[in-house]
Design a protein around this ligand. Structure first.
Ligand code: CA
Ligand code: CA
Length: 392
């Protein structure tokens, strides 16, 4: 009897839950149908000449009465025309520091916005029409063009608290690149960048073929409040260089990297303490291949993505250097080995018999004792080396 009574209670509770959920769901649907027009996301327009700082607001209208609990959308912009340097949260976002995030992806030249009501009980749902966020932009180019900012169609979603998807419409905007602004809000102004950029830098370096060198990656001009992480990539020519190892200098608590056919990807995170002091972030140990051609080889930097809100100052320049590949000392004909042919070339060169050293900068290969002159002393030293009497 008691058991049956318990079963009845369980059944009643379950029925209650199901009915309750069902009612809740219907309510959401009712709410949804009440809003006749879909949510409209209007990307604003601005005008500016080169180096002007302009503002493009993203405004919401027809916000559903049930409110927006979480949403995400990605906008595409023209990387060669404009530079996105910051985000200002709009009035309709109650606690932007907690609920709003924005990041830039340089590979696809997009900006991603994510809003999640972190109260988790719907307290900060967006219920009003108005400006959601303003994009702060520096005009990079001058042309007759209107540089478009529009939805990048990768599954944007707008949801209410009950996971009901809201219908929406995006209206694109952008920046007119050859006009000074007319209306007050979007008038372009020449001003210093809003964000202090810090610098990630690799200096130019020179190395001989076959030589192994350590290239430092510097952090420069870090902001006083520090940075908590960054990610970037380096592309190099794998026919000329081998990456042997990468070591961090202990500035960061989490350090990831990968090396894959001509590119290195870095990811740094500082979990507890931010990095506040300039210094060497890491060393890349590179071996210049013996058969690499003489000349400079560039290391090209790529920035994959950067969070620009809520930590907008994690934005940086990436100054990437070159490696000048010098020939091997004593290898006058640049064939990768030092032998009697090189000696003969040097001897004939000194005697003025011929000028067959094929390299532009002869001092690089022929000045064996490094005194800046090519003379009989170098000849003697090279001969001793070939006879295995001395090292170079
Ligand atoms: Ca040679
Ligand atoms: Ca010399």
């Amino acid at each position: 009897m008691i058991n049956n009574f318990r079963k009845l209670i369980v059944l009643l509770v379950l029925t209650g839950l199901i009915l309750n959920n069902f009612t809740y769901f219907s309510y959401a649907l009712k709410d949804f149908s009440e809003s006749e027009e879909p949510l409209v996301i209007q990307i604003g327009r601005a005008s500016g000449f080169k180096n002007h700082i302009v503002e493009v607001p993203i405004s919401f209208s027809n916000v559903p009465t049930c409110g927006l609990d979480h949403f995400e959308f990605k906008l595409k912009y023209e990387l060669e025309d404009i530079e996105i340097i910051g985000i200002e949260p709009g009035d309709i976002v109650m606690n932007p520091e907690k609920d709003l995030g924005a990041s830039l992806n340089y590979d696809e030249s997009s900006i991603l916005f994510v809003f999640t009501d972190e109260s988790a009980v719907g307290k900060r749902n967006i219920k009003n029409d108005g400006v959601f966020a303003t994009i702060i932009i520096r005009v990079k180019n001058e042309s007759e063009k209107f540089s478009l900012i529009e939805l990048l169609n990768q599954r944007p979603l707008f949801s209410n608290y009950d996971y009901t998807m809201m219908p929406f419409v995006f209206k694109s905007g952008g920046v007119n690149l050859n006009e000074s602004g007319t209306d007050e809000v979007n008038k372009g102004e020449i001003s210093a960048p809003v964000i202090d950029l810090f610098t990630v830098e690799l200096e130019d370096i020179s190395a001989r073929k076959g030589e192994t060198i350590e290239i430092p990656i510097y952090l420069k001009d870090l902001p006083d409040h520090g940075i908590d992480g960054l990610s970037f990539g380096l592309n190099y020519d794998p026919s000329k260089l081998d990456i042997l190892s990468i070591s961090d200098e202990g500035l960061v608590s989490i350090f990831y990297y990968y090396i894959f056919e001509g590119s290195i990807g870095f990811n740094f995170l500082s979990l507890n303490d931010k990095i506040t002091k300039d210094g060497i972030l890491a060393f890349v140990t590179v071996r210049v291949k013996e058969d690499a051609s003489v000349g400079s080889t560039q290391i090209i930097g790529t920035r994959n993505s950067t969070v620009i809100y809520p930590s907008p100052k994690n934005n940086y320049n990436l100054n990437i250097g070159k490696i000048y590949i010098n020939p091997i000392l004593g290898d006058l004909n640049d064939d990768g080995v030092i032998n009697s042919t090189d000696y003969i070339l040097l001897r004939r060169y000194i005697l003025g018999i011929n000028n067959d050293i094929p390299l532009e900068n002869k001092v690089d290969v022929a000045d064996i004792n490094g005194d800046g002159k090519i003379d009989s002393t170098d000849c003697v030293l090279l001969r001793k080396y070939i006879l295995e009497i001395t090292n170079l």
